[in-house]
Design a binder for this molecule. Structure first.
Ligand SMILES: Nc1ncnc2c1ncn2[C@@H]1O[C@H](COP(=O)(O)OP(=O)(O)OP(=O)(O)O)[C@@H](O)[C@H]1O
Length: 406
């Protein structure tokens, strides 16, 4: 299949999906409002006004919190469920790998299910005959192909379903979280197959909770939040948006829980601010050139007598720590008496090759109990050093020697 840019294979215009929720009424409600109906109905919008175009050859990762609408969107894209409003257009052959076992009949054998599933995916019997052995080999199901699938493990289910889907010659492959169910060698096999699909210019849309997986294979990320698209585009940026949402939710949940319990825990330490300056003491406001000396300063107030450690972390958009430093690591002992302290860390000649890093700062007791955390405390854009690649760079050099006897 030739790789062709800018041909939409899927187009969603202002798509919404409503589910009707049935909730049991309490006896009190029924007595108060003299109603005999046991249930109340309410509308729930799992998707709201989603518009997107997916081009031929793209690999799109759908990410978002639990319940944000990812699976619903995947099903709408695949035509498995109809939207309540808006327009969905799709071209080409679709293979959808949705929730575990969907499309498999438990009483039929693996072999019978392969033929049934392949027929659902639009393959004729001779077409299926031609790839049957390949499907069985890819799935690694072996002799169990003639057992009823109700005796399969969840991994075996997924392996067989994925094998059928990828051998059905789809233009558009839709994959829900199911890949996580397979073991590591099988996941590797799936990744290799997905890469082959990408080279062949096929289109893939996958739902994943693994930021690493999305970063590794997707060319675009769509982030959903409560049924709405909150980011569509760059993968690293999308993962950052998602992580910031998680952090916001965590802080809100903590505040709510503190309010609910009406306990105002006196925090022993407050971080008032975190600043980043260069070697000349000038605040960093823009790209950081290779070789820049950085000073990270944590402004903290200790409110009671306590031993404490403070430090900072620089992480990439996937949340992986690229660099971490704290007072304990540097052998610094902080005063344990109440007061306001500015703790500075000097990091000379920095050379991070990751383009954007997230700065966070925190404080713990010596036994690791977190007493303050600021995340994110800032974002730093490092200008890439073209001499090498990887998380960090060094002042590297090279040399060529000519051997005298050549
Ligand atoms: N058939 C249904 N009837 C009623 N509500 C539904 C139905 N299917 C999904 N929902 C609701 O719609 C919302 C979105 O569900 P969806 O499965 O798309 O989310 P998700 O982002 O894939 O979640 P997860 O990460 O947990 O798999 C959820 O609140 C879910 O309870």
């Amino acid at each position: 299949m030739p790789k062709t840019a800018s041909i939409p294979i899927v187009r969603l215009d202002d798509v919404s999906k409503r589910f009707i929720l049935h909730k049991d009424k309490s006896l009190k409600d029924r007595a108060l409002y003299f109603t005999s109906r046991k249930q109340s109905r309410s509308d729930f919008w799992a998707l709201s006004n989603v518009s997107l175009e997916i081009q031929l050859g793209e690999t799109v990762g759908l990410i978002g919190h639990n319940g944000s609408g990812k699976s619903t969107l995947l099903k709408v894209i695949g035509g498995i469920i109809d939207p309540s409003g808006g327009v969905v257009e799709r071209r080409g052959r679709v293979a959808a790998l949705l929730e575990l076992g969907a499309g498999f009949h438990p009483d039929l054998s693996g072999r019978e299910n392969v033929y049934l599933n392949a027929a659902i995916l639009g393959m004729s019997r001779p077409e299926t005959d031609a790839v049957f052995e390949e499907i069985v080999e890819f799935s690694g199901i072996g002799e169990f192909i003639d057992s009823q699938v109700k005796f399969y493990s969840s991994g075996m289910y997924v392996r067989l379903a994925f094998a059928v889907a990828v051998h059905s010659n789809p233009d558009l492959l839709l994959v829900d979280e199911v890949l996580a169910v397979g073991d590591e060698p099988f996941q590797l096999k799936c990744m290799t197959k997905i890469r082959q699909f990408q080279l062949e210019g096929r289109t893939i849309v996958l739902v994943s909770h693994s930021a690493d997986q999305v970063a590794e294979i997707c060319t675009r990320a769509v982030v959903l939040d409560a049924g709405k698209v909150v980011h569509d585009g760059d993968v690293g940026e999308g993962i950052r948006t998602l992580r910031e949402g998680y952090e916001r939710d965590r802080v809100e949940a903590e505040q709510e829980s503190a309010q609910r319990h009406r306990v105002t825990l006196a925090e022993p330490l407050t971080i008032h601010g975190v600043s980043v300056t260069d070697g000349a003491g000038v605040a960093i406001d823009g790209p950081v050139e290779p070789g820049t000396d950085l000073t990270i300063t944590i402004d903290a107030q200790l409110k009671e007598t306590l031993s404490w450690i403070t430090g900072f972390t620089l992480a990439n958009p996937l949340g992986q720590t690229v660099y971490r430093l704290n007072t304990e690591g540097l052998g610094m002992e902080l005063p344990d008496t109440p007061g306001r302290y500015r703790v500075s860390f000097s990091v000379p000649a920095t050379n991070f090759s990751s383009s954007q890093l997230v700065l966070s700062a925190g404080a713990t007791t010596p036994d690791g109990h977190i007493i303050a955390s600021v995340n994110p405390a800032g974002h730093l854009d490092f200008t890439a050093d073209p001499s090498g690649a990887g998380f960090v760079q060094f002042a590297a050099s090279g040399r060529i020697e000519t051997s005298a006897d050549s």
